[in-house]
Write a protein of this length. Structure first.
Length: 74
């Protein structure tokens, strides 16, 4: 199953990509390594945020589906 990236997840991924670009341009290996680790963390955050946002969306949809619309018509 492929997970659609949420808006929040995309923002995390953009940050991760920026950090990786900065890491590649570094001559200091220690700084480059730290930037790469930070980029990895942002990629994990992107995946987690997208999963959480998808679950929240499903929950909202289910709540709307279970709502008793007959009370609105009375």
């Amino acid at each position: 199953m492929t997970l659609q990236m949420s808006r929040r997840g995309k923002q995390y991924m953009e940050t991760a990509q920026s950090l990786l670009r900065a890491a590649r341009s570094m001559t200091d290996e220690v700084v480059a390594t730290r930037l790469q680790l930070l980029a990895d963390d942002y990629q994990r955050r992107a995946e987690k945020a997208s999963s959480a946002d998808a679950a929240e969306s499903v929950t909202r949809s289910a709540a709307r589906a279970e709502y008793d619309w007959s009370t609105e018509l009375a």
